[in-house]
Design a protein around this ligand. Structure first.
Ligand code: ZN
Length: 150
């Protein structure tokens, strides 16, 4: 990765860490789950509003390090309008990216989420970056009544 790109990504993470998008409690959400990363103290609750198998709105609340907050911010941004199937595919792609081979410098095309690819070089930070995603998965699986597997 070029240094300029790395700096751009670093800036994006710091920006979302300081001024996260979608950080608010959601009233009347259809799905929610709480996640905690004891290694770092990251604490996140994910809220989803899902209608007809599609994410209408996504938000999170909580506190943690810049990586976890930025990851939750970028994640909630990326979920809106996606179907549950697309969300699960995105999670798989994101997980693959942040736990990928350190030597592999090729990056998937994941838009702003690609900014978090660098955490693969920091095993301790992988849990910070994936916490909001695992919480998202728990939220999706936790409430059976509105979930469509498609
Ligand atoms: Zn953390």
């Amino acid at each position: 990765m070029s240094t300029a790109l790395q700096e751009l990504y670093q800036e994006l993470i710091l920006d979302h860490g300081r001024n996260p998008h979608n950080r608010q409690k959601m009233e009347g959400c259809s799905h929610q789950a709480h996640g905690f990363n004891p290694l770092c103290g990251d604490d996140v609750t994910v809220f989803l509003s899902i209608k007809d198998g599609q994410v209408v709105d996504a938000a999170f609340d909580g506190k943690g390090c810049a990586i976890s907050v930025a990851s939750a911010s970028l994640m909630t941004d990326s979920l809106k309008g996606k179907t549950i199937k697309e969300v699960k595919a995105l999670f798989a792609q994101f997980h693959g990216m942040v736990t990928g081979d350190e030597e592999d410098d090729s990056l998937p095309d994941m838009g702003k989420l690609t900014a978090l690819a660098g955490v693969r070089h920091f095993p301790m930070r992988v849990k910070c970056a994936t916490l909001p995603w695992h919480t998202l998965e728990a939220a999706l699986n936790g409430t059976a009544k509105d979930i469509s597997t498609e």
